[in-house]
Design a protein around this ligand. Structure first.
Ligand SMILES: Cc1cc2nc3c(=O)[nH]c(=O)nc-3n(C[C@H](O)[C@H](O)[C@H](O)COP(=O)(O)OP(=O)(O)OC[C@H]3O[C@@H](n4cnc5c(N)ncnc54)[C@H](O)[C@@H]3O)c2cc1C
Length: 593
């Protein structure tokens, strides 16, 4: 249970107290990073913190959020911001889609994500040094990847070495449940993987990611673990839920507070003695900065906003992983469709098992098996790739230091979260294979304002495939994975036709057309207020302070200067943990060593 979910109309006295009489107020927003920062700053019980959150305050009480296998149901629900975003904006082809899911709840997208707990390759995080300086190297971030979570291996199935991936933080992580219903599928996939000369790995955490991995997830004892856990039970944190951040308030060039729209429809302004921390996520953090006068000059003037700081990178550099999700028929009995998607005895059994002990198929995060391959042999078949690499001094642009080219997720079920244009098949078992391109060369998405109305969604263009080579890479990645799935030992006996129509694997052109039509967001947008050495390079400095003003930091996925080569929540927690320590060190009187 989260402490003090309070609306102004319920407790105006309390908010006066926080705003006017207490010395140490900070105002984060309650997403993945925001709750982590708030929880860490609240470790001094004398520091009072106000957390603003547009969604509800109680994720642990919401079954769709809390029950692992119901995660896909959250898309388009009341807990999803459901943004409309442009995915592709090429001269010959444009695609705008909705909903682009972001969690709307205390805990943010940690309440709506698909649980995998990975962090990326050392050389990719080391690329952050170019923007944030040496303090943002892999070696200097390592402890913060491990800090947020506690790792559990109650049955002692895995190497004790892995304990380091979560040492003693409030978040609970554990290996994917490995539910017995999926054992035949797991065995077949591992056999296929090895039969094609690929590695199985038990460790993707030491800076190198290669091979097929039984994933660690933010699930423990059959329940989702979210960043809301950081604020639970902390008397010095006040959560204002169902409340919208509208505009930052400045005293000269110092951030002094924030104006919000409360759940009663009235505006409230809260002051912060020390700092305001913006953690609204990749779309809303740059929006709030721009609404408050910090942003590109032309964008501010387009909406009649008086500039406080002309900061050209606000909303620029939006990055994401393009994915191609596709579906195969799976021999009946190998998937979870009948256990989770369709009414019948298997589903009834799953529901009663979950009710009884939080076990069974509903306890599964579904992305049990995740792989990190390189596909050089397939890339090298493309003349466009070979020409690009030659011009690039012989260096592979997609994994210049040996990083994996793809993350591949195997969901033994039809997953409409990744395939929402197609109807759920009415019968049978199915396999969804999700191929994520990890280091795309298209790096020029953006977030702008639709208007100066704070309640208007931002205008976001992810701009996938602005570089043609990403299309070719994704095409070859799909072919590479499909060779294992369709021809590998074990899998070839249980995999059938494509759904809903044949994949045109033998035609380069038809594959590209199919990718343009069917690719999606990997749900990993980041980069819109990136780390930087100065305002000409980005938006926040190495201490996550916004360039050009005082008392204002951004701490969330927006500050990533380079997209990690995996799903990104562990990296968001890392930034939040590191950011909290940076703030603590700036106030030694409040946080003595
Ligand atoms: C569907 C989905 C699946 C994913 N799967 C995985 C996965 O399997 N593994 C993985 O590692 N990562 C995954 N991710 C990515 C990861 O969860 C996110 O990148 C991360 O949680 C983002 O954290 P954040 O703090 O930047 O933003 P968020 O957690 O989104 O937090 C932003 C918060 O700000 C609030 N907010 C926004 N605007 C306002 C406003 N104006 N006023 C008040 N509050 C506001 C939001 O409600 C939210 O609580 C997934 C993400 C999604 C959406």
């Amino acid at each position: 249970m989260v402490h003090a979910s309070t609306a102004p109309k319920d407790a105006p006295g309390e908010f006066d107290f926080i705003v006017h009489r207490v010395a140490d107020v900070r105002l984060p927003v309650g997403g993945t990073a925001g709750c982590t920062v708030a929880g860490r700053l609240a470790e001094n019980p004398n520091v009072k913190i106000l957390v603003i959150e547009a969604g509800p305050p109680n994720p642990t009480e919401i079954p769709e959020i809390n029950t692992p296998a119901r995660a896909f149901e959250l898309r388009g629900s009341q807990y999803d911001w459901g943004y409309k975003t442009t995915l592709i904006d090429r001269p010959e082809y444009t695609r705008v889609e909705k909903p682009n899911t972001r969690g709307k709840c205390l805990g943010g997208s940690s309440c709506g994500n698909y649980y995998t707990w990975v962090r990326g390759s050392k050389p990719t995080i080391d690329d952050w040094v170019e923007y944030g300086g040496e303090t943002w190297s892999w070696d200097n971030c390592k402890e913060y990847f491990d800090k947020p979570a506690t790792y559990h291996d109650d049955d002692k199935l895995f190497s004790p070495y892995l304990e380091h991936v979560g040492r003693s933080g409030p978040l609970h992580v554990a290996h994917a449940d490995l539910i017995p219903e999926l054992k035949p599928f797991r065995d077949a996939l591992e056999e296929a993987w090895v039969s094609k000369g690929q590695k199985i790995t038990t460790d993707v955490y030491s800076g190198t990611q290669t091979g097929l991995f039984k994933c660690v997830s933010t699930i423990y004892n059959g329940q989702r673990s979210t960043s809301a856990v950081f604020v639970e039970g902390k008397d010095n944190i006040t959560v204002m839920a169902h409340t919208y951040a509208k505009k930052l308030v400045f005293d000269g060039n110092k951030a002094a507070g924030i104006t919000v729209l409360g759940p009663d429809g009235r505006d409230y302004t809260f002051k912060a003695k020390h700092e305001v921390i913006v953690s609204l996520g990749v779309f809303e953090s740059p929006k709030l900065l721009m609404l408050s006068g910090i942003g590109p000059e032309d964008e501010l003037s387009r909406h009649g906003i008086k500039p406080l700081v002309k900061s050209p990178h606000v909303g620029q550099n939006l990055l994401d992983h393009p994915i191609l999700s596709h579906v195969f028929k799976l021999k009946d009995g190998y998937g979870l469709d009948s256990h989770l998607l369709r009414a019948g005895p298997n589903k009834d059994a799953a529901v009663s098992l979950y009710r009884k002990n939080k076990g069974g198929p509903l306890s599964s995060g579904l992305l049990e098996l995740v792989a990190f391959p390189r596909c050089d042999e397939y890339f090298n078949k493309s003349k466009e790739y070979v020409a690009y690499k030659e011009k690039n001094g012989g260096v592979d642009p997609f994994g210049p230091s040996g990083q994996p080219h793809f993350e591949v997720d195997f969901v033994p079920m039809f997953s409409d979260a990744f395939q929402w244009h197609f109807p759920t098949p009415p019968a049978g078992d199915w396999l969804t294979v999700i191929v994520d391109l990890m280091r795309p060369l298209s790096r020029n998405g953006w977030v702008k304002l639709k208007s100066a109305d704070p309640l208007d969604d931002p205008d976001a263009n992810i701009n996938f495939f602005s570089n043609d080579l990403d299309l070719i890479a994704l095409r070859e990645g799909v072919r590479w994975v499909d060779d294992i799935v369709m021809n590998g030992d074990g899998m070839k006996d249980i995999v059938g036709e494509d759904y809903p129509w044949p994949m045109p694997r033998n035609s380069d052109e038809a594959m590209i057309k199919m990718i343009l039509e069917r690719s999606q967001t990997g749900f990993h947008p980041c980069g819109t207020t990136r780390l930087s050495k100065n305002i000409q390079q980005g938006v926040v400095d190495a201490g996550l302070n916004v360039h050009g003003v005082k008392g204002l930091r951004v701490i969330d996925a927006s500050v990533f200067p380079v997209i990690p080569d995996c799903r990104i929540q562990n990296d968001v927690y890392m930034v939040a943990e590191k950011g909290a320590d940076i703030i603590k060190s700036a106030y030694p009187n409040l946080y003595p060593k």
